[in-house]
Write a protein that binds this ligand. Sequence first.
Ligand SMILES: [Zn+2]
Ligand SMILES: [Zn+2]
Length: 307
Amino acid sequence: MDLFFLGTGAGMPAKLRNVTSIALKLLEERGAIWLFDCGEATQHQILHTSIKPRRIEKIFITHLHGDHLYGLPGLLSSRSFQGGESEVTIYGPKGIKEYIHLSLSISQSYLKYPINVIEIEEGIIFEDDQFIVEAGLLDHGIPSYGYRVVEKDKPGTLLAEKLKAAGVKPGPIFKKIKNGERVVLEDGRVIEPEEFLGPPQRGRIVTILGDTRVCENALKLAKNADILVHEATFSKGEEHLAFKYFHSTTKQAAEIALQADCKKLCLTHISSRYERNAWQELVQEAAETFPNTLIAEDFKEIHIPSK
Ligand SMILES: [Zn+2]
Ligand SMILES: [Zn+2]
């Protein structure tokens, strides 16, 4: 599981930072990529990476501001020509359906694969046997969502030698125990799975927030996250501006990470007012409050290790 930053700038594209898009690479987990936001030229950014658009399974749009959205019709259209045949599910606030429908139909773009567009509300928006995704409304002038991706815990590894020593022969029973099922042997003995499994592998939590002021829901969505991706449009000391424009500062992002007991904080949505030589200073401002902070850069990849 890795986070790959395709665009990390605020508002409009800049030379060093394109507008927002983040790929959550779940290649080992499910052979898929989940995209969070799709600012203009996201598909151009992808050309410089090993990401295959046909692998994109889900796209989560945080909010409908252009710097998070204008790359979507182009990306969807090109995916048809890049061997994309599998369905793509797109989640986003109310209006996303109309935006996609209108931009594709007016330009007479026909996709060679089905899309499923879901206008979300707060709560659990997706769940399968591997992941749960929860959405919460933030504070940004227009509806802006944060997404909390929770990987489900996996049962521990099977202690096969211990089972053999207990006289259980390998076979379908092993699989049942591995899946956490209680098994009654032919001789009447009961095998409790937890006695023959290693410690469960804890799932990871990744929280990616849309643009926002400091708010209660940011804290809730970020609780115990292995990584929190939080916007930091302004530097410390500019809280009044952040409030006025519905954004956050570096320090405010760090306070959320601290209060939520996150493991790591990644600042993104960085204004082009801050040139490259100021980036480390932005990290420093946050690190005073939350030491394990880093700043996103276009094409930066962050590995999220299993626990
Ligand atoms: Zn933005
Ligand atoms: Zn915005």
